[in-house]
Structure formats: structure tokens, C-alpha cells
Write a protein that binds this ligand. Structure first.
Ligand SMILES: Nc1ncnc2c1ncn2[C@@H]1O[C@H](COP(=O)(O)OP(=O)(O)OP(=O)(O)O)[C@@H](O)[C@H]1O
Ligand SMILES: O=C(O)C1=C[C@@H](O)[C@@H](O)[C@H](O)C1
Length: 265
């Protein structure tokens, strides 16, 4: 049997979506093998849906021979390893066209990982990273947040925080790690909602401060929860989750929000 192979490799493929007028990334690999003169075996390998948390990507394989429908021929699937970094990059490329340069605000309790995750997001999206507490300290000639509280009181600090968020709301392409209490003032939401806000709900819920603030954090456009990531990854222990896995989930949530905002679903 003659097996003159004609290969067309298209991975990844940029697909133009007419409805959205945007280019989105997709992947397919199409191998055609010519048999004799007219008969053709076609093998289609496709990535059905690249779920970000999957370390192994399922590939769907469909075959057709001489235009006989694929379903009547043998098909199968196998798994391919892909590192978290590749998934992060791929997801960021998917999010970018929807994001259109809008800022990302990370909200959550102190120590919930806003800085760690925020820096990963800023790097992969080529955004600048800012910590609102640090900006307040800079505006106060280097006085620490703790000293601002001590010498001038919380209201003074909150006013400075609101001013910093107002200024940031006029900018583009920033990832901002906000202070743990930035969510308590409604005016701050007016500014943060100029961009996309993500609640890193990664903190233990035992503190009374968390209880007090959970409603305020819920103003965020989307939430990243460790339990959800662990469930998607099939992991029992949330403490094994890497900052990159959390950043990937943040991008996934951002994408979901932006698509729903756009009437995509
Ligand atoms: N996924 C993770 N796994 C393990 N350690 C982490 C993870 N994410 C963050 N950390 C660690 O937890 C600590 C707090 O993280 P980080 O500073 O990013 O939180 P934050 O929300 O920015 O805190 P703050 O509000 O005080 O600025 C840091 O020591 C960081 O290295
Ligand atoms: O949770 C809070 O109220 C605070 C968190 C810090 O990030 C600082 O913004 C400040 O210490 C207040």
C-alpha cells in the first residue's frame, strides 16, 4: 500500500471569531496520508478544551478514510504532559484580547497571596505590579502603614488608600495588590470596578475580621478559591497548591467574567 504522507500541522492555530471580531487561540493537528490515487486516511487530533489546571491535556483523535465518517472508524484518546508554566502562558494569551489592558485588582485578607500571585500575573501579562499599601507609604514620605495608623489613625489611612485607588483607576495594564481592608469603603469599589477585581479567598475563615468583610470581598468580579482549584486538580490537600496554579485559576476566573460580561455565554 502506498503511503504518501501529506502532513499539515497546525498547532497552535489562530482562529478568527467573527462574532467577537477577535483572534483567539485554538489548537488542532491534522495529518492526512494519501493512499493510492484518490483514497485518503485523515487523522484529526484536537484539544477539545484546554482546562488550565490539567497537567495532562486530553487529545481527541478522530479518523476518516476516503470520506467515511469518523465515528464509524476507530478513535481514541491519550494524555500529554504540559507544565504549569506553559498553561499559564497559554491562558494569559487567551485572556489578553478580552482584557484590553484593563487593570486587575487583587483583594483578600492580609497574607492571602495577593502579592505573590499578583507578581506572577503581571509578569505573564506584561503588566506593571503595584501594592497599594506601598504606594500609600511612598506618598507619606516613607512612613510605614503601621506608623500611619499609629500617628494619624485609620480614617486618615483609608482616605489615602481611596486616593491611591482613584489614581490607579485612571491607568491601564497594572496588577494591583490592594490592602486587606480596601474593600470596606464603597467608593473604593467605584474605582476598582474600572478594572477587573479578583477575590483571593485563600485565607482561613476562622477570623472574625474575615466574617465581617466577606460580604465586602464578594463585590469582586470573581473569586479564586483554593478548594475549587484542588477539586479541579483532583488534589485533596490545598496546601500543595503552587502560586502558579492559583494564578492560572485567577486568569480562568477573569476570562469567565469577561466572557459573561460580553454576552459570550
Ligand atoms: N501558594 C502559596 N503557597 C505557599 N506559600 C505562599 C503561597 N502564596 C503566598 N505564599 C506565602 O504567603 C505569604 C503571604 O503572601 P503574600 O505576601 O503574597 O500575601 P499578601 O496577600 O500580598 O499579603 P499582604 O496583604 O500582607 O501584603 C508570603 O510569605 C508568601 O511567600
Ligand atoms: O486588613 C486591613 O485592614 C489592613 C491590611 C493591610 O494590607 C494594610 O492596608 C493595613 O494594615 C490595613
Amino acid at each position: 500500500m502506498e503511503s504518501k504522507a501529506v502532513q499539515r500541522l497546525q498547532f497552535p492555530t489562530m482562529v478568527y471569531s467573527e462574532k467577537r471580531g477577535r483572534t483567539v487561540q485554538s489548537g488542532s493537528l491534522n495529518v492526512s496520508c494519501g493512499f493510492m490515487e484518490h483514497k485518503k486516511l485523515r487523522v484529526f487530533v484536537s484539544v477539545p478544551s484546554m482546562k488550565i489546571q490539567q497537567r495532562k491535556i486530553p487529545l481527541k483523535i478522530a479518523c476518516s478514510y476516503n470520506n467515511v465518517p469518523a465515528s464509524t472508524l476507530q478513535s481514541g484518546s491519550f494524555k500529554t504532559p504540559l507544565s504549569e508554566e506553559l498553561i499559564l502562558k497559554s491562558k494569559s494569551r487567551e485572556v489578553e484580547p478580552y482584557l484590553s489592558g484593563r487593570c486587575i485588582y487583587l483583594v483578600g485578607m492580609m497574607g492571602s497571596g495577593k502579592t505573590t500571585v499578583g507578581k506572577i500575573l503581571s509578569q505573564v501579562l506584561c503588566y506593571s505590579f503595584f501594592d497599594s499599601d506601598k504606594l500609600i507609604e511612598e506618598e507619606a514620605d516613607g512612613t510605614s502603614v503601621a506608623d500611619i495608623f499609629k500617628h494619624y489613625g485609620e480614617t486618615f489611612f483609608r482616605d489615602k488608600e481611596t486616593e491611591v485607588l482613584r489614581k490607579l483607576s485612571m491607568m491601564q495594564r497594572h496588577v494591583i495588590s490592594t490592602g486587606g481592608g480596601a474593600v470596606v469603603r464603597p467608593i473604593n469599589w467605584k474605582y476598582m470596578h474600572k478594572g477587573i477585581s479578583i477575590w483571593l479567598d485563600t485565607f482561613m475563615r476562622l477570623s472574625s475580621l474575615f466574617e465581617e468583610r466577606s460580604e465586602a470581598y464578594a463585590n469582586a468580579n470573581a473569586k479564586v478559591s483554593l478548594e475549587n482549584i484542588a477539586a479541579k486538580l483532583g488534589q485533596k490537600d490545598v496546601s500543595d497548591l503552587t502560586p502558579t496554579a492559583i494564578a492560572i485559576e485567577a486568569l480562568e476566573q477573569i476570562l469567565g467574567f469577561l466572557k459573561s460580561e460580553d454576552g459570550y455565554y
